[in-house]
Design a protein around this ligand. Structure first.
Ligand code: NAG
Ligand code: NAG
Ligand code: NAG
Ligand code: NAG
Length: 626
């Protein structure tokens, strides 16, 4: 049966073809940056529009203040001052660049008295050209009118994303169709008669000394009959999170929604890491259960856990400290926390916890069809107790740890947020604990909060306090693994539990955030890994498993390709994409640095390449396991 193999090959070829095709389609056909007003010295970058402010008032200098409306409770920033009109028909003019990712707030005040002249809330478009006219309604009347005029329409920044999406959908349809054709027996016969391909194949292969096709390794391991429970939906989900992570780490076309939120809120980039942690939790449980079943001693397993965590942390420190940033053998500025470090620490705690209280999976539940108990939860009450205490520690530290110079229980970004009152309080207790224990120099120096909130202090999104919540996240993943194993022959029971967890955690998130971005008790926040962030993302993770499990594992409607392949080799893909980020063909010099579409093509091609690499390695049975 060559169906799966050839479909996979066809998929790989198509993927490459599509990347090349879209690269050709979207190639730099003439620069898209408009001719710039040289006199005014405003060079437009991506996500910027040109705003010309005309001041026709004869006796008033204007100060222009600006900020994004998304910047919560932020101080407005001085953008420009516009001189008074010298004489009628000669207005004072200032040209400025304004950001276009979010809506803008413009406030024009009289410079001398700092009194409001007019205020505008507007969403500018990328590379648009706008004029803002300030004048008296009629000569001699003190009433002032402000008008916004569009000189040149903006470009549609999201068009490349739409095209990429459509190309992706087309690809999926073509591949599904091919797979369908290949699954038809008649069609296979017709093909082999029409072109005697197998014969040629065999000849070529024997020429090259490769094994013939018939003995190709087939990915049979996932078939339900196979003994150890390796669930394909788990690997598929991991692969999805990983590929999304590669894409956003490579820049995500430089779109704001493919970058991390500046502070509160959720973007695409904020989704991937917790899902990865969640899946790690599920895998910890599934693999540990099968290892213990085979009679491996707990002590040996403990040694393995310690060694793996240690390796993860070491590789992590290596990955986040590219040496050209630091100079020869400098420890002074080495960053200590990071993604793999956090994974290592989380892995250690959760795996040891599960190992300490490991119990054999009760056979009754796996066999009895009527087993609708809460056994998966009650059987692990010591773990639950531990995790709840840990969460209590997070809450207590976050809300009651006194931080010098900052309000206790502060969850904000500092900087210009909160009216600029707590400039160096970024992250409240979480930031303070890291700065105290690890030191300013050993933290991440460019936190995403600097984008909107202009924060100045170092803040690490993978800090110590957040690790507590990533342990909670992983533990919820363990719970998913338990559901999958305890009720393994009752599809309905599994689906009901996934749905219940998804809804329950979703409700907790709604309560914690009051269904708002900034106004809740604990807002969803990636930089803090707040509780609501964990509940929201694990709710989504349960719902994704709810969709994937029946489709991928029960019915076998989808093999999980292409996500399945990177999911099987996650450490290699993660480390590889970080280390080779700036090498060709993952990166090349762009014709126009300020074009979203060129960045998008580059990042998509780089991501597709990692899928391809993972596919080839899978076929060659190369897996990096630590
Ligand atoms: C913007 O529009 C104004 C008014 O039409 C024009 O004078 C100016 O040259 C334009 N600037 C750019 C960069 O297109
Ligand atoms: C506006 O600014 C100019 C130059 O900075 C200054 O000479 C002028 O007096 C100011 N006008 C008012 C009304 O303050
Ligand atoms: C501008 O004027 C308004 C209203 O008079 C005032 O409240 C505000 O403080 C002034 N400055 C800024 C930066 O908004
Ligand atoms: C905040 O930190 C910056 C740099 O670390 C420092 O220059 C500034 O004075 C601090 N501001 C306050 C209000 O402490």
């Amino acid at each position: 049966m060559a169906g799966a193999g050839s479909a996979g090959r066809a998929l790989a070829a198509l993927l490459l073809a599509a990347s090349v095709l879209s690269a050709a389609l979207l190639a730099p056909g003439g620069s898209s940056t408009p001719d710039l007003d040289k006199k005014k010295h405003v060079e437009l970058k991506m996500d910027q529009a040109l705003l010309l402010i005309h001041n026709e008032l004869p006796e008033t200098n204007l100060t222009v203040y600006w900020n994004f409306d998304r910047c919560y409770h932020c101080l407005l920033q001085v953008l420009a001052t516009v001189p008074q009109s010298r004489k009628a028909g000669r207005p004072g003019v200032a040209a400025v660049a304004v950001g276009t990712q979010h809506g803008s707030i413009l406030q024009l005040n009289d410079t001398a008295e700092d009194k409001e002249v007019c205020r505008l809330e507007y969403k500018f478009g990328e590379f648009g050209n706008y004029s803002f006219l300030v004048k008296h309604v009629r000569d001699g009347v003190s009433e002032i009118a402000c008008d916004l005029v569009v000189n040149k329409e903006p470009v549609d920044s999201n068009l490349p994303v739409c095209i990429a999406f459509l190309v992706g959908v087309a690809l999926v349809i073509v591949v599904s169709f091919l797979r369908f054709l290949l699954s038809l027996e008649d069609f296979q016969n017709w093909i082999s008669k029409a072109i005697n391909s197998r014969e040629t194949d065999r000849l070529i292969n024997s020429e090259l000394g490769s094994p013939s096709r018939a003995s190709d390794p087939q990915p049979e391991a996932w078939r339900r009959s196979a003994a150890p429970l390796r669930l394909r939906c788990v690997d598929t989900f991991r692969g999805m999170a990983l590929i999304l992570m590669v894409f956003v780490n490579y820049g995500g076309g430089k779109y704001w929604y493919f970058k991390h939120s500046s502070w509160n809120g959720l973007t695409v980039a904020d989704l991937v890491f917790p899902w990865f942690v969640f899946i790690m939790g599920a895998s910890i449980f599934l693999s540990m259960a099968s290892i213990l079943q085979r009679g491996c001693s707990k002590l040996r397993l403990l040694g393995k856990i310690v060694w793996r965590s240690f390796l993860l942390i070491c590789i992590g420190i290596f990955v986040v400290n590219p040496n050209y940033c630091l100079g020869p053998l400098s420890w002074e500025k080495a960053r200590i926390p990071g993604v793999l470090q956090r994974l290592g620490a989380t892995y250690f705690v959760v795996a040891v916890l599960e190992l300490l209280f490991a119990k054999p999976v009760p056979e009754t539940c796996a066999l009895e069809r009527s087993c609708f108990s809460l056994l998966d939860i009650t059987a692990s009450w010591p773990q639950w107790l531990f995790v709840l205490i840990l969460e209590g520690v997070w809450l207590a530290l976050t809300f009651f740890l006194p931080v010098p110079g900052c309000p206790t229980g502060y969850l904000g970004p500092g900087g210009i947020g909160d009216g600029g009152r707590y400039r160096n309080c970024t992250g409240g207790a979480a930031g303070y604990v890291d700065r105290l224990l690890l030191g300013d120099q050993h933290l991440y120096q460019h936190p995403s909060s600097a984008v909107l909130y202009h924060t100045e202090v170092a803040y690490d999104p993978e800090g110590i306090l957040g690790t507590i919540n990533s342990i909670v996240m992983a533990f919820l993943g363990v719970q998913a693994g338990k559901i999958l194993l305890y009720y393994k022959d009752q599809t309905r029971g599994i689906l009901i539990r996934f749905a219940a967890w998804g809804c329950l955690l979703g409700l907790v998130s709604v309560a914690l955030t009051k269904a708002s971005e900034n106004e809740g008790f604990i807002p969803v926040n990636k930089n803090l890994w707040s509780v609501s962030y964990v509940t929201t993302l694990s709710s989504l993770a349960f719902l994704i498993l709810l969709a994937l499990y029946p489709v991928v594992d029960v019915k076998g409607l989808w093999t999980g390709a292409p996500f399945f392949y990177p999911g099987m080799n996650s450490i290699l893909v993660y480390v590889g994409h970080e280390v080779f980020a700036s090498y060709f063909p993952f990166q090349w010099k762009l014709g126009d640095q300020q074009s979203h579409k060129e960045h998008l093509v580059q990042n998509t091609v780089a991501t597709a390449l990692w899928v391809l690499i993972a596919y080839v390695l899978y076929k060659k049975k190369v897996f990096w396991k630590i």
